[in-house]
Design a protein around this ligand. Structure first.
Ligand code: NDP
Length: 364
């Protein structure tokens, strides 16, 4: 921490970064004018390898400049593929020394869920803006510590909920806000896939943030919240597992029903054993739906008045990362700030509580 503070004072004194404040939004450190901001991916697993790194080849406002990995064998492969300099290669023990590296402006935490809070805080304390994958953390309390670290260090904290950047999703968010089809009465949403995980995979281990609810359940949950623009007041949830040999201590299936103000109900489902991918919103004067609603590409839908929402094929992650970079450069609130991840985790905490008490109604 002391190192960080001295680094921060140096940055401000030397003018290599400037602090700007704007009404209603905390002042953050804005990197000095650069053509593109530098991103370091933290954790080089499937999502970094197959989506984020390729996406960073398409971004206009940021680029892949660094990596943080615990797997030395990945380093030469990534250096060669993405032209990453030796000085921008870190492991989890050296990650805090990013504080001395002006080439990296943003760290993107793409680790198993139980490590999100720890490494987001290390990134923030190194003076780097933090993008953190979903679910934001293991519980609401961890989210609060992350938000606190970002505020103290005057960096942005953004959650990787890519759907909120997606055009058809933005359209249905607007439908809800404008009550285009009347008042929302009911939402039905499900996200899941039929997965087979090798023994020991972190997605099957509770202590590592495994289970369907954390991995896929946050999509219908977030969708219910962004569709209504409201926070749920209570939840009932049940969880079960059909394959205990694969999921000894996590949920393979979770069903949850959210009560929103005004009597709106959202019936949601998630699973590691079933392919599901839809969002249906029923209103007093009609309906609209997205199916698929959470895929990497081709999110599409329709509405009861015949409106078609044609498949969107742009690179979702590139768009998300460009939007999030512009929020930093322009010192604007990001599309999905840490508070949005916190709001979801408050509900997830209540879902787990309800499920552990036989589906009892739990107020949020
Ligand atoms: P993987 O298991 O494929 O990769 C995780 C990586 O984390 C590993 O490859 C490893 O990278 C690093 N790691 C560090 N410590 C550990 C540990 N103790 N156990 C396992 N891995 C460790 O996961 P994904 O890439 O699929 O998911 C990572 C995160 O991204 C999750 O939070 C997930 O929810 C999120 N995600 C988000 C998606 C979205 O659409 N927004 C889609 C998919 C995932 P290294 O070897 O480099 O250290």
């Amino acid at each position: 921490m002391a190192d960080f503070i001295s680094r921060r004072s140096f940055l401000i004194r030397s003018g290599s970064a400037i602090a700007v404040s704007s009404f209603g939004f905390p002042s953050i450190i804005i990197p000095r004018k650069k053509e593109k901001l530098g991103v370091a991916l933290v954790g080089l697993g499937n999502y970094s390898t197959n989506q984020l790194a390729p996406g960073l080849l398409q971004t206009r406002h940021c680029e892949l400049r660094g990596i943080v990995t615990g797997s030395p064998e990945k380093i030469p492969v990534w250096q060669e593929r993405y032209g990453i300099a030796d000085r921008n290669v870190y492991n989890y023990e050296t990650m805090h020394t990013l504080a001395d590296n002006d080439e990296i402006d943003i760290v993107y935490i793409v680790l198993p869920n139980h490590l999100h809070a720890k490494y987001s805080i290390i990134g923030a304390e190194a003076g780097k803006h933090v993008w953190c994958e979903k679910p934001m953390a293991m519980n609401a309390e961890e989210c609060l510590t992350m938000i606190d670290a970002a505020e103290k260090n005057r960096v942005q904290l953004t959650v990787g909920y890519r759907m909120q950047h997606e055009p058809n999703t933005k359209t249905i968010i607007r439908y809800g806000a404008e009550q285009k089809f009347g008042r929302i009465k009911e939402i039905e949403s499900a996200g899941g896939f039929n997965g087979n995980f090798p023994e020991g995979n972190w997605r099957t281990i509770a202590a590592k943030g495994g289970g369907a609810m954390f991995d896929m359940g946050v999509y219908p949950l977030n969708a219910a919240r962004y569709s209504t623009g409201l926070e749920p007041v209570a939840v009932r949830a049940t969880q079960h597992t059909d394959r205990p040999e694969m999921f000894p201590d996590v949920d393979e299936h979770t069903n949850f029903e959210l009560e929103f103000p005004g009597g709106i109900v959202a019936r949601c489902e998630t699973s590691f054993g079933k392919n599901m991918n839809h969002l249906h919103v029923s209103c007093t004067d009609g309906w609209y739906r997205l199916e698929p609603f959470l895929s990497y590409t081709d999110v599409q839908g329709e509405a009861s008045d015949g409106t078609q929402l044609p498949p969107d094929t742009a690179h979702q992650q590139a768009r998300q990362m460009d939007n999030d970079t512009l929020a930093i450069i322009e010192n604007k609130p990001p599309v999905v700030p840490g508070e949005e991840g916190l709001a979801d985790m408050r509900v997830v905490d209540a879902i787990f509580k309800s499920a552990s008490e036989n589906g009892r109604r739990v107020e949020i």
